[in-house]
Structures are given as structure tokens and as C-alpha cells.
Design a protein around this ligand. Structure first.
Ligand code: ACO
Length: 459
């Protein structure tokens, strides 16, 4: 769940294609206080989609945490279909000892959800454990309900062989204590598209509006190319392409007719990027077009989509919340002062579960060896690990012979370092990593990327 309700960010009933456990799972435990019961389920193929079923009550309980209204009964089957496709595992903490007038014990007082999608770590895409939909009702907060669910879940995810857990955070203060580190970032931009806006690169291919009936398929197809080529990107959920294309609206899974989609076809006629956008309204000044989703599989597709946005008449500024921090756009403009950064956001938070598996899957730059001593209060990633990289390919083994480490770092620092979104030297300056200058420089080289990691999937 992200703090802002971007595409696919959830809270309520967002998003898509999952591959988590599909078996019927009903676990019951009494692990917080005697009055509380944790129930875990994966929606069945024939799950009850009525308002009194466990799925609807879970969904509405999650909505309470994010200040949503109760979901429309007609929408529940569509959300259920999306959650089934995602293979989501849904946790609810139930309190049977509430006053008679309180929302019934069927409505959990705490929610938690997980699913599995691929994370691009360079030469490979690894399946990672995603955590979402974390809520605890105001009446039950700060009694350890979140801590109980998360510590149990992280241990079980590690036991299932998932090397890394990821989430997007509503508040930056919550997840550090559970070993997560901020790992990828985006920036909000505002681009002045009046007369002085001009993309200087030579024009190529064609960019045009597409009909709604093709939009969901094209969004999925273009994103698949982006996912395969973008370090740090996470596979998207079922509902994402629907929301991106306007097939589903922001609040309800019904068509949003205000959303338009333009696709860029490259010189060979292949769809290489798309942008979806919505007009902010005539009363907004300056007149603003808001980009909802922009996915470009190639650098030229990216610039062509901006050339298209700059050609929209009657529009003065285009806004977008998901630009790269190392965005090439200002470097491609005749007047770079058309481009203004309005803010920076963290997107992915990464938590190591299995250090050898996670580090061993990632691509690196060059060659070199280093021994890491990882400090982890939850014990999941605690230990000393030798990383040996040859031409970008790593071998990692646990050190148990007393060999001294070159670097001591917190599990949070390793999570932040993992995708290369921050340099080791920056973490050393901030106190999360301790090493000699030569070792810090070696980490900077090995973990460095030509481009920043980039994730535009919220969950
Ligand atoms: C991945 C996602 O889904 S992000 C979305 C997170 N959810 C929200 O923002 C919805 C609104 N907030 C909530 O529902 C709740 O306040 C939650 C889920 C954030 C916390 O649930 P709780 O059951 O109250 O947390 P719990 O009692 O287990 O606290 C665990 C620790 O986190 C701390 N903590 C909990 N929430 C916060 C917070 N918002 N800010 C800072 N610290 C927090 C507690 O102080 C406690 O610290 P400690 O163990 O070091 O003493």
C-alpha cells in the first residue's frame, strides 16, 4: 500500500496477475491475545462473493484501515476475480470479544495480504514475497497485532524459499523495525508544455490514441517488455492494466470514460510504449493533463510519448508522479526549464530473507570479492556472507570459519543497497554500514548500475 492512491496502489481492491498459492488454506492460531484469532485464506475458485462472505468482509475491513467507504456489492465479484488471479493470501485478525453493536467478529480488526510476483534483478527475475493491505483498526492499534502478523509471515515466507520480501509503505517510520530498507525511488514532475516545449531528438515511429477495447491487452503487452528490461521493476497485478487503461476506474471496477490511452508504435510498427492520462478539468489553473501511467519499453518510445503529451492543445502543464530520478527528459528538451521536480518518493522497500539466494541472483558490475557481516534483529538474514563476483556473476556462501568480515551492515542497509538505488558510500556516511574506504568503494562499484533501479508497480 502506498501513501498515495496511485494506479494499483491499494488499500481497497486494486490489482493483478498472481501466481501465489492456490490451494485452499484455512489456518487458525491464537497468537496475539487470547481474544484474537488469526484466519488466513486464499480465495477459492467458488468463493462466496456476497456481502456477507469472508472475502467481502475482509475487503471492507481493509477499506476501514485506508478510510474507504464500504464497497458496492456489485463490485465484489470483480475484486474477487482480481484477487484470485493474483493468488493473494489474505490474513484477518478477528476479535470475538467486542460489544454487541460493534462490527461483527466476521469483520477482522486487522488485515494483511501477500502475493508473489517477479522482481527484475538484472540477469534474472526472481519471485519475491509481496506484503500489502496492512491495517489494524484504531480500537486495536499498538497492541502488537502488526508485529505478530509480520514476524510470523516473514519467517514462513523464508521457509517457503522466497529470498526477498518487498512492500510499498504508507509511512516511512513503520517498516525499518522489521528489517526493510527503502530501495527504489520516483519523482513527481510538472512539465510546462506551452510554446517553449520541444523534444529535440529526431521523431520516429507513430504515437496515436487507441480504442478502449484494445487498451487492456496493449497495456499488458507493453508492460511485459518493460518488466523484462528494467532493473528493479516488479510484475503487475491483474487489475493494473485495467486501471491503467480506464477499463476500471480508480474507485470502482467500472469504466472510467475520462481516461485516454495513447500508444507509441516504433518504426517497425511494434507497440513500444503507452501513456494514459486524464484532464484535470477546466477549473484547474494552469490547465493540467495528469499522466496516470506511462510505460516505455525503449528510450525513444519514452521521448515520443512526451512529444505526444506536449502536442495536446489547450494544455499548459503535464504532471506525472512516477518519473525516474535519472529522467532523460530534461536532457532531451530545447528548454530544460520546462521540467520541474515537485517531490521524490520511495517506492519499493526491500527485506532480505535468504542472503545467499538474493545476492546470488543479482547482476553486478565487474569483478571483486567482499565479506559482509549482516546484523538482523529478527535473525532471518543474520550472518557472515562471502560475495565473490566474476564478470558480473556472483557466488555467495555462508562464512562459518571465523573469517573476518570486510563490511558490517544492518539488514535494512543491505535491503537498500540490494537494487543499487543508493550507494554504499552514502549508507556508510549515514551510519548503516561500517567498512574501510577501499571496501566501501568496492561495494559502490559492484552494486552500481548504469541507470537507477526503477519500479512503477504499486501494490
Ligand atoms: C505494506 C502496507 O500495507 S503499508 C500500509 C500500512 N497501514 C496503514 O498505514 C493504515 C493505517 N495504520 C494502521 O492500520 C496501523 O497503525 C498499523 C498497521 C500501521 C500498525 O498496526 P499496529 O498493530 O498498531 O502495530 P503494532 O502494535 O504491531 O506495532 C509494531 C511496532 O510498530 C510501531 N508502529 C506501528 N505503527 C506505526 C506508525 N504508523 N508509525 C511509527 N511506528 C509505528 C509501534 O510503535 C511498534 O513499535 P515497537 O514494536 O518497536 O514498540
Amino acid at each position: 500500500m502506498a501513501r498515495r492512491r496511485t494506479l494499483g496502489a491499494d488499500g481497497g481492491a486494486d490489482e493483478g496477475p498472481g501466481r501465489g498459492r492456490r490451494a485452499r488454506v484455512v489456518l487458525v492460531s491464537h497468537d496475539t491475545t487470547p481474544a484474537l484469532e488469526t484466519r488466513i485464506f486464499t480465495p477459492d475458485p467458488d468463493e462466496d462473493a456476497s456481502t456477507t462472505g469472508r472475502f467481502a468482509t475482509w475487503l471492507n475491513a481493509e477499506g476501514i484501515g485506508f478510510h474507504d467507504g464500504t464497497f458496492d456489492p456489485e463490485d465484489i465479484p470483480r475484486f474477487l476475480e482480481a484477487y484470485q488471479a493474483d493468488g493473494r493470501v489474505l490474513w484477518g485478525v478477528h476479535d470475538d470479544a467486542q460489544p454487541a453493536e460493534a462490527l461483527g467478529a466476521d469483520h477482522p480488526v486487522g488485515t494483511y495480504g501477500t502475493m508473489v510476483h517477479p522482481l527484475n534483478v538484472g540477469s534474472a527475475q526472481i519471485e519475491v514475497h509481496q506484503i500489502t493491505a496492512v491495517t489494524v483498526r484504531a480500537s486495536h492499534r499498538r497492541r502488537g497485532i502488526l508485529r505478530s502478523m509480520m514476524t510470523r509471515d516473514l519467517h514462513e515466507a523464508k521457509d517457503r524459499g522466497l529470498p526477498v520480501a518487498i512492500l510499498t509503505a504508507s509511512e516511512a517510520t513503520i517498516y525499518g523495525r522489521f528489517g526493510f530498507g527503502a530501495a527504489t525511488f520516483t519523482q513527481s514532475i510538472e512539465v510546462d508544455v506551452r510554446e517553449r516545449f520541444e523534444v529535440t531528438a529526431p521523431a520516429t515511429g507513430t504515437t496515436t490514441l487507441v480504442a478502449r477495447e484494445h487498451a487492456v491487452r496493449l497495456a499488458g503487452q507493453v508492460f511485459a517488455g518493460f518488466q523484462a528490461s528494467t532493473f528493479g521493476s516488479v510484475g503487475r497485478q491483474y487489475a493494473y492494466a485495467r486501471r491503467a487503461s480506464g477499463d476500471w476506474g480508480r474507485e470502482r471496477p467500472v469504466e472510467d470514460r475520462a481516461v485516454r490511452m495513447a500508444v507509441h508504435y516504433d518504426a517497425e510498427g511494434t507497440p513500444a510504449g503507452y501513456v494514459t492520462y486524464r484532464f484535470a478539468g477546466w477549473e484547474t489553473s494552469p490547465r493540467t493533463m495528469k499522466v496516470l501511467d506511462l510505460v516505455a519499453g525503449t528510450p525513444s518510445a519514452y521521448l515520443e510519448l512526451w512529444r505526444y503529451l506536449g502536442s495536446l492543445d489547450l494544455i499548459q502543464v503535464v504532471t506525472w508522479d512516477e518519473a525516474r530520478r535519472d529522467d532523460p527528459l530534461p536532457w532531451a528538451l530545447r528548454d530544460r526549464r520546462c521540467y520541474a521536480v515537485k517531490g521524490t518518493d520511495d517506492v519499493l522497500w526491500v527485506r532480505m530473507l535468504d542472503v545467499p539466494a538474493a545476492l546470488g541472483a543479482r547482476s553486478y558490475r565487474g569483478s571483486g570479492s567482499i565479506v559482509l557481516d549482516v546484523q538482523d534483529d529478527l535473525g532471518l538474514a543474520q550472518g557472515t556472507f562471502a560475495l565473490a563476483v566474476t564478470d558480473g556473476v556472483a557466488q555467495v556462501h555462508i562464512v562459518d570459519d571465523g573469517t573476518a568480515a570486510d563490511v558490517t551492515l544492518t539488514v535494512n542497509a543491505l535491503g537498500s543497497l540490494y537494487l543499487g538505488g543508493v550507494q554504499a558510500s552514502t549508507l556508510a556516511a549515514a551510519g548503516g554500514l561500517t567498512a574501510g574506504a577501499a571496501e566501501v568503494e568496492r561495494l559502490d562499484v559492484l552494486f552500481g548500475l548504469a541507470q537507477e533501479p526503477y519500479c512503477i508497480t504499486h501494490f
